[in-house]
Design a protein around this ligand. Sequence first.
Ligand code: 5GP
Length: 191
Amino acid sequence: MDTQQEISLLEKEVGSLLFTEAEIKAKVEELGRTITQDFKHIATTEKPLIIVGVLKGVLIFLADLMRELDLPVELYFVDVSSGGNQVGGRRYSELSTRMGEAIQDRHVLFVEDIVDEGLTLSYITRMLWQKNPTSVSVCTLLSKEAKRIMDIDIRYIGFHIDPVYVIGYGLDYKEQFRNLRYISVLKADEE
Ligand code: 5GP
């Protein structure tokens, strides 16, 4: 199968376009500039900014965002696991001992791909606070306020979106579509 055919097969499932590759890039650069500005007198090589992401949806956003940060950073991930605690239909692993130690007395930036009801965010931030960080700030690329059920404080928001199911730029539908360069509505959610 040639590449052209694979791309068109992939795009058959894709609904209306929400954000182009260029729009996402511009937004990630803007977020990167703001975060750099906010932490440039706080993050040092002795005490870097601790970045925490939840796998796998945040992978592409996080990879792009961290390269826009002109700051010393350390990177940690929380994984979805078969054990751990169930939150909104997903199970998250406990924070590793190494990560718990790294967070203590540090400024933490928790990066999310999308915040919907807010359950994941509030669960993970609660876990992070248990490790005694100096601060926890949250950055999400996408925010769907209409379905929010948790009262949460998000310091950095890329785009506000309607409550539709979106795919691309790391976001999946049944584990696929993460490799789209843009963000679209899932076609099945429009029909
Ligand atoms: P929450 O706990 O805020 O309701 O859900 C957050 C998680 O649900 C996200 O990290 C993401 O994994 C998933 N999620 C929520 N909305 C969407 C969406 O529109 N598309 C995709 N691919 N995942 C979503």
